[in-house]
Design a protein around this ligand. Structure first.
Ligand code: PGA
Length: 251
């Protein structure tokens, strides 16, 4: 299974900044990227097509949309469809990111609907899950992960190709805080995610990628990526700089 090294630029970067970052990333990364690695960038929508054009033709590079709506087109002010993302060069979509759950108020059912819709309409989807600090302290990490995953994949056909659906385990308390989860915490959570995926999709869930996200940096990436059941990373802050994310992608 190829490791997926994903950059989530969130609501950062003008077009000029996005172009400079994407160009630096390709220049530093493409010549050294091994065959068992893939690089995925989630730019803001305004830079998606431009970044897709920059990475086009670079082996192992992909672009994705940070969000999408579950309809093809229509009177949905402010929304964007999987087809529009694909038209701009995206092949991935993100669902369930903690900022969409906890700032924008998206619930499990809506995230499940989007995940299934994106997959049915041509996007590969990364479904993000993760517990808040009070949930970890209260001993409910597994209950939260199980609820988020089961609801998130509820309408995904069980015959889905395993490379099309990934899970990103992102403990909310580790996102943007500099506080990375410990190796034991990551391995335990990823093993549990794998167990739930197998219970839903059967053995082929062993070929679904499980990414870790939360304060991944060049200094900690090689240790994290070597852990059991860690098939990639989803990086926010440290992906905003081309050189920093290149070090992560090649770690
Ligand atoms: P971070 O963000 O790397 O800045 O912690 C991760 C994410 O939100 O995906």
């Amino acid at each position: 299974m190829k490791k997926l090294m994903a950059a989530n630029w969130k609501m950062y970067k003008t077009w000029d900044e996005a172009r400079d970052t994407a160009e630096a990333l390709v220049k530093l990364t493409a010549p050294a990227l091994s065959d068992d690695r893939e690089v995925l960038v989630f730019p803001p929508f305004t830079a998606l097509k431009g970044v897709a054009d920059i990475v086009a033709g670079q082996k192992g590079f992909f672009v994705g949309g940070q969000d999408f709506y579950s309809a093809e087109e229509g009177a949905f002010t402010g929304e964007i469809s999987p087809g529009m993302l694909e038209d701009a060069g995206a092949s991935y979509g993100l669902t369930g990111h903690s900022e969409r759950r906890h700032i924008l108020g998206e619930d499990d059912a809506y995230i499940g609907q989007k995940t299934a819709y994106g997959l049915a309409n041509g996007l590969n989807v990364i479904l993000c899950v993760g517990e808040k600090i009070e949930e970890r302290k209260g001993g409910s990490v597994e209950a939260v992960l199980e609820r988020q995953i089961r609801a998130g994949v509820k309408d995904v056909p069980t015959d889905i190709a395993p490379n099309r659906l990934s899970i990103a385990y992102e403990p909310v308390w580790a996102i943007g805080t500099g506080e990375v989860a410990g190796p034991r915490e990551i391995e335990d959570a990823h093993a549990f995610v794998r167990k739930i995926l197998i219970s839903v999709f059967g053995k082929k869930a062993n070929e679904m990628r499980i990414l870790y996200g939360g304060s991944v940096k060049p200094a900690n990436c090689s240790e994290i990526i070597a852990l059991d059941n860690v098939d990639g990373v989803l990086v926010g802050g440290a992906s905003l700089d081309g050189e920093s994310f290149s070090q992560i992608a090649l770690a």
